[in-house]
Design a binder for this molecule. Structure first.
Ligand code: ASP
Length: 352
């Protein structure tokens, strides 16, 4: 009994020591008020308007969650961003299906919707799920009924531009089916221009830290273009496409959702930051984890590296930020309260 007590005492002492070593920067809010008060907003590269709006709201004293959602609403409403909200590329049947999640650091609550049709601001429905239900995730018809119940307006989200892209994809999918793209009397192999109509990804993730030192985040997307109806990516899955721990930081992702779903990248990044890694280091470590866990040859290039990309975004409690991709070409937007600018993400591999 005595030995056990002693062991328990020793373990407790060691753990307390390790925790103190790992977390000094996150536990001394009182002694470092200027650092704690440092505000920041980060987003994926398509979010320059979102980071500007979110920082403006944060500087007016708003909660970080309201700020980042107001930021991404601009992108959801933009018909020219074909990866998010209104004008997003549709599923294989030509129907736009949206995914979104929100997470509120100070209350450690989350809300999400998946495969939501006809509502252009899924991030606002996700917030309503968080605030007005005992659940975290609503999908499909149930999510739509819930949105209707709360007065969200239904509308056709397919713009002419995204409809034309979808028709082009469908007509070039195969030379074996009966759909034909425009052609002339001389054309052969009609419907084989797949290189022009590749499936695409795209999303906005936005994370913010407000004047109270609280951290929140949002991810919103139309997901993979021309997906199988009902396909859900990482964006609405807490821990995959978004994660926030108010005492540590936040992380989110864009890119191949299937890879994040099987690696739980966002929670992983937050845990790496909890262990003392910088946001950029933590994002790079999550990229490496995906590389290690990509086993299927169909997902590898001839050197065994993933043939897809993901990009991560992260901030920590001190207002530090970082972003990284598996492959070069990733970008992020950053507003630190003095400037609002787009930069290149760190990366593991460079395409030659
Ligand atoms: N991650 C999103 C998804 O897989 C798409 C993207 O970010 O490009 O649905």
């Amino acid at each position: 009994m005595e030995a056990l007590n002693r062991r328990t005492f020793l373990r407790t002492t060691v753990l307390t020591g390790a925790a103190a070593l790992a977390l000094p920067e996150f536990s001394d809010a009182q002694s470092r008020p200027s650092i704690e008060r440092k505000t920041v907003v980060i987003s994926s590269g398509n979010g320059i308007a979102a980071t500007a709006k979110a920082m403006e709201m944060i500087q007016q004293g708003n909660d970080a969650l309201d700020a980042v959602i107001a930021g991404v609403n601009i992108v959801e409403n933009d018909p020219n961003d074909m990866t998010v909200g209104y004008g997003g590329l549709p599923n294989e049947e030509g129907i736009v299906e949206l995914d979104s999640s929100v997470m509120h650091g100070p209350t450690h609550r989350a809300g999400a919707v998946a495969s939501l049709q006809n509502i252009k601001n899924p991030s606002l429905v996700a917030k309503m799920v968080m605030e007005r239900t005992d659940h975290v995730l609503l999908v499909g018809e149930g999510a739509l009924k819930f949105a209707r119940m709360h007065g969200f307006t239904e509308e056709n989200l397919l713009t002419e531009q995204s409809r034309e892209m979808w028709v082009k994809w469908k007509e070039n999918l195969s030379t074996e089916d009966d759909y034909l793209p425009p052609h002339t009397i001389d054309d052969k192999n009609i419907g084989s221009k797949m290189s022009e109509v590749m499936k695409t990804y795209g999303t906005i993730n936005c994370l913010g830290k407000d004047q109270q030192g609280n951290i929140s985040g949002v991810t919103t997307t139309s997901g993979m273009s021309y997906k199988i109806p009902g396909r859900v990516g990482d964006s609405p899955i807490i821990g995959a496409g978004l994660y926030v721990d108010n005492s540590v930081g936040a992380a989110g992702s864009t890119g191949r959702g299937e890879a994040n779903l099987v690696s739980c990248s966002s929670v992983l990044i937050v845990e790496f930051m909890r262990q003392g890694k910088s946001p950029e280091e933590a994002c790079l470590m999550a990229c490496k984890r995906i590389v290690e866990q990509t086993k299927m040859k169909r997902l590898q290039d001839d050197q065994g590296r993933p043939n897809f990309n993901v990009t991560f975004y992260a901030i920590n409690k001190r207002g530090e930020h970082g972003s990284a991709s598996i492959w070069n070409g990733g970008t992020y937007c950053l507003n630190d309260g003095t400037s609002n600018k787009k930069s290149d993400s760190a990366f593991l591999y460079k395409r030659i």
